[in-house]
Design a protein. Structure first.
Ligand code: ATP
Length: 197
């Protein structure tokens, strides 16, 4: 079974594309959602995050996202420590989930893949790209956020051209119909590659 990483910058359409693959019967693991769930449910993670960030890390049962975001913003060492707490647990969950799948390939949708070197763990990588102004417009429609906040996150992510260089497939997500066609084409290729290698 081959493991495919599906990534892309903020608002590029990763989740939209992941759902298109699911429609074709491909199992998809949503790594960022799993990480969020674990930060809420795992006592070990909670204890370690409180050790790292202090008592303000959680409010009641919920992770204090704005507080943590303000701490890790522009502090790479702290971000790395936080990832070091969460990432291994997500990997474990992924492995347990992957062991139950029977398709020739499966997908893990993950926002940060190149930035932390984890791209080396995948057999193939798909990167979703879209025009910056479209991404900003879509995110402003979807979330309670500002253009400034979106641009700040974009600055912390790798530029598309660097991601493309290390990707096996690139999906240009402008028109949804055309995106679906690209997904179907890549699905066929991945099935073929997964069965023959
Ligand atoms: P994030 O980085 O926040 O996880 P993402 O990369 O997973 O986002 P999506 O959530 O799939 O991106 O898409 C962002 C928003 O844009 C969603 O509201 C989605 O419905 C919309 N969207 C995605 N692709 C298109 C498209 N081709 N045309 C119009 N709207 C789109």
């Amino acid at each position: 079974m081959k493991i495919v990483g599906l990534t892309g910058g903020i608002g590029s359409g990763k989740t939209t594309v992941a759902k298109m693959f699911m429609e074709l019967g491909v199992p998809v693991f949503f790594a960022d959602i799993e990480a969020k769930k674990l930060m809420k449910s795992s006592k070990v993670i909670r204890r370690k995050l409180i050790q790292l960030f202090g008592n303000k890390a959680y409010i009641d049962d919920e992770l204090n996202r704005p507080f943590i975001a303000s701490k890790i913003f522009n502090d790479e060492a702290l971000l790395e420590k936080m990832n070091g707490i969460i990432h291994p647990k997500v990997v474990k969950r992924f492995q347990r989930w992957a062991a139950k799948q029977i398709m020739p390939y499966l997908i893990s949708e993950v926002a940060i893949l190149f930035e932390n070197d984890s791209y080396k763990n995948y057999d193939y990588i798909i990167t979703v790209v879209a025009k910056e102004e479209d991404r900003i417009k879509r995110l402003l429609e979807r979330d309670d956020t500002t253009e400034e906040k979106i641009r700040a996150i974009m600055r912390n992510q790798w530029p598309d051209e660097d991601k493309i260089r290390l990707s096996d497939y690139v999906i240009v997500n402008n028109d949804l119909q055309i995106t679906t066609e690209q997904v179907k084409r890549i699905h066929k290729k991945l099935l073929r590659r997964a069965k023959t290698s």
